[in-house]
Design a protein around this ligand. Sequence first.
Ligand SMILES: NC(=O)C1=CN([C@@H]2O[C@H](COP(=O)(O)OP(=O)(O)OC[C@H]3O[C@@H](n4cnc5c(N)ncnc54)[C@H](OP(=O)(O)O)[C@@H]3O)[C@@H](O)[C@H]2O)C=CC1
Ligand SMILES: O=C(O)C1=N[C@H](C(=O)O)C[C@H](O)C1
Length: 267
Amino acid sequence: MRLAVAGAGGRMGAALIRAIAERDDVVLAAAFEREGADAIGADSGERTGLGRNGVPITDDLDEAIATSDGLLDFTAPDATTGFAGALAEAGRVHVIGTTGFETQHEDALQTAAQRATIVKSGNMSLGVNLLAELVRQAAKALPESFDIEVLEMHHRHKVDAPSGTALLLGEAAAEGRGIVLADHAVRGRDGQTGPRPDGAIGFATLRGGSVVGDHSVIMAGAGERITLSHHAEDRAIFARGAVAAALWAHGRPPGLYSMIDVLGLRS
Ligand SMILES: NC(=O)C1=CN([C@@H]2O[C@H](COP(=O)(O)OP(=O)(O)OC[C@H]3O[C@@H](n4cnc5c(N)ncnc54)[C@H](OP(=O)(O)O)[C@@H]3O)[C@@H](O)[C@H]2O)C=CC1
Ligand SMILES: O=C(O)C1=N[C@H](C(=O)O)C[C@H](O)C1
C-alpha cells in the first residue's frame, strides 16, 4: 500500500515515516507539510534519522493524494478537515490521529466519510484501546456511586485539552454506564465548585516536560478505589497502529471507523 504522511516535519510525522520504513507491505509515497514550513525541501528519511529515502517533504497535498492509496494524518483539526474533503473526492483511505476537534470538525468528517474510508481515533495504540474496553466493562459493572475521573499528562508542547485519549476513555466509561458523556462531563474545576455532581465524569489535565502520554481512569467508591492506567513510552506505538489501520482500511467501503474496529477488541 502506498502511503502519504501529512505533517511530516512534526513529532508524529517523523514516527510515521519510521513506522512505514519498518514494514515491507507499505511504501512512503509522499510526505508533506504546511506551506512555508522549515522542513520543506528536506529528504524525509534524512530528517527522521533513517538515512536518505528519496522522498522529499513538499507542500503539495494534491500530488500526495494522486500518488498514494491513503493518508496518515496527525496534524491539526482545521488541516484534517481540509484534507478529508480532498480525500473523499478522490476516494482514498484517511487515517486520522489528530485530536482537539470541535463539533464543526466532527460534522465535516461525518460528511467526508460518506465517500472516504476513514479510521479515526484519539489514540492508535493497542494498549489504550484495550484499556478503553476494560473501562467500559468496569463502568458497566460498578454502581453509579463510584465516581469516575480521567487524569492525563502530556509533554509541554501539547495544544489541546483534555487529550483525545482522555475523551475516548470518558466516552468508554459513559457507554458502560449507558449515559451520554456530554451531559455528564466536568472538564475543569476551580474555586467554589460545590460538591461533585452525582454521575459526573471528571477530567483533569497535567502538562510538562517530554511525557509521551499518561492516562488513568479512577473509579472512586466509598472506602475503595480502582485505577486503570496506560503509560505511553514511545510514539512508535501510535505510528505502528496508524499503519495497521491504513492496511485494514484499504479496500473497505467508505465509512467512519475506529481503532476498536481495526483491532477487533469489542467483546
Ligand atoms: N491518535 C493518536 O494516537 C495520537 C494523536 N496525536 C495527535 O496528533 C497531532 C499532532 O501531534 P504532534 O505530532 O505531537 O504535533 P506536531 O506539532 O509535532 O506536528 C503536527 C505537524 O502538522 C503540521 N501541520 C499543521 N497544519 C498542516 C497543514 N495544513 N498541512 C500540512 N501539515 C500541517 C504542523 O506544522 P506547523 O508546526 O507548521 O503547524 C506540524 O509539523 C495532535 O493533534 C496530537 O494530539 C499525537 C500522538 C498520538
Ligand atoms: O499530543 C500528543 O502527544 C498525544 N495526543 C493524543 C491525545 O490527545 O490523546 C494521543 C497521545 O496521548 C499523545
